[in-house]
Design a protein around this ligand. Sequence first.
Ligand code: FCB
Length: 452
Amino acid sequence: MELTDREIHLSKDLFGADFEWGVSTAAFQVEGSHDADGKGLSVWDVFTTKKGKILNGDHAQTACDFYNLYERDIDLIKELNIPNFRFSISWTRILPEGTGKINQAGIDYYNRVINYCLKQGVEPWLTVYHWDLPHVLEVKGGWTNREAITWFSEFITICAQNFGDRVKHWMVMNEPVVFTGAGYFFGIHAPGRSGMKNFVPAIHHVTMSIAEGGRILRRLLSSTTQIGTTFSCSQIEPYTDKPRDIAAAVRADALINRLYIEPLLGMGYPIKDLPALKDLKKYFYPGDEDKLRFDFDFIGIQNYTREIIKYSFFTPYIKASMVKAEKRGVDLTAMRWEVYPPSIYHMIKKYDAYPNVKKIIVTENGSAFPDEVTDGEVNDPKRLKYLKDYIAQVLKAKNEGCKVNGYFVWTLTDNFEWAEGYHPRFGLIHVDHATQQRTVKASGRWYAEFLK
Ligand code: FCB
C-alpha cells in the first residue's frame, strides 16, 4: 500500500517517546459471565432484562466473553503493538452485595488479567467505576443516596489494596455526566431513574465520590502512581449568532463539559451558567465545598463529536436543544454522531486552559460503522480515516503546547454499546458475537503499523 503525504506526516514519533498510546474497554461491555463465580448483579444486568430498554432486546450476559477469553484479547493487544490497555473493574465481581463480604474469585480474576497484561508487556490502566453499580445498592437509592460515597469508598479501597502494587495508572470513574444524565435524568440508561429529583442528588454524591476516591488512592498507592479520572466532552457551538442561541450553548456547555470537572478543580459547580441546578446546594453537608476538590495527576478526556445547540422554549430546565447531526447534512457514524475531527482539538484546548489541570490523556476516541467480514477481512476505511484525522488534531494541540500526553482508541473489540446493544461496532477488532470469532479490521492493522 502506498502511503500518502499525510500518512507519512502522521508518525507516532512526532508525539514524543513518552506519549502514551492505548486502547480502552469497560467491564460490562465485554466481560459477559454476568453471574459466574459468585458475581452479584449490577444495575446494567437488571436494566438489560427490562423490555424495550435495549435496541433489539440485546443483553450482555456473554458480550465478548472477555471473562474467559482475556488471554486471547490481551495477546491481540500485544500483536497490535498497543502498549497500554485501559479496562474497568466490575464492582459486583468483588463485592457481590455491594459492600461487606469480598468475593475472592473476583479479586483472583482481575489479578489474572493484570498479571497476564504484565507478562505480555502491556501496561494495565484501571478504571474503578464504569457505570455498573451493584443492583442491591440501587435498591437503597443508588447514587441519589449520600451513603453511596461510603459504599464507593469501600469498593475503591479494596481495589487499591489488591491491585495497587502492580497497576500504575488509575481512573476513579468514567464519564459521570453520561451515567448520571442518561441513568438518573432521562432514564434511558441503567438504573432508569428520571427527573431532577434523582439527577441533582446523584450529581453531588458522584462528584463527592470521585474526589474521595482520588484521596483514597493517593493515601494507599505509591507516590509514583498516576491518579486520574475521565470526562466526556463535546465541542459546543451555537446554531446561529442570535443571543438566545449563544446563551443556550453556554448552558449546554456548562452541563456537558463543565459540570463535574469544575467542582473537582476547586471552582464549584457552574450554577451561574446553569441555574437549573441551583438545588445542588440543598445536598451539601458542612465541609463539602472543600471535599469536592481533588488534585488529579491527569484528566482523561473522551471526545467523539461536536454538538450544535439552539434555544428551545419547550425543553425544561435547560431551554436548549441539540440540532441533530442527521439534519445537518454532515458525515455520520452508526451512532448518528457527526464526524468532526477539530472537536478533539478544541476540547484539548479547553481543558488545557484550566489552571489546575496538570496533564491530559485522551482516554477514549473512536467511531462505529456497520463493518462486515468479507473473505476473512474487514475493510473499514471510514474508521481508519476517522482515527487518522482525530489523531492529527491531537498532534496539532500538542504542537501548540497543550499538556496532552496520551491517546486511547475506543475500543478493542466490537462490544455491547449500552442502550444501543450490539448494533454499533466500535472495535479495532470485529467480533462475531455468535461464535466469538475475532477479525482484526484494517483500522486495527493500521494502528499496529502506526505504533510499531
Ligand atoms: C463512552 C463510554 C464508553 C462507550 C463509548 C462509545 O461514552 O464511556 O463506554 O460506550 O462512549
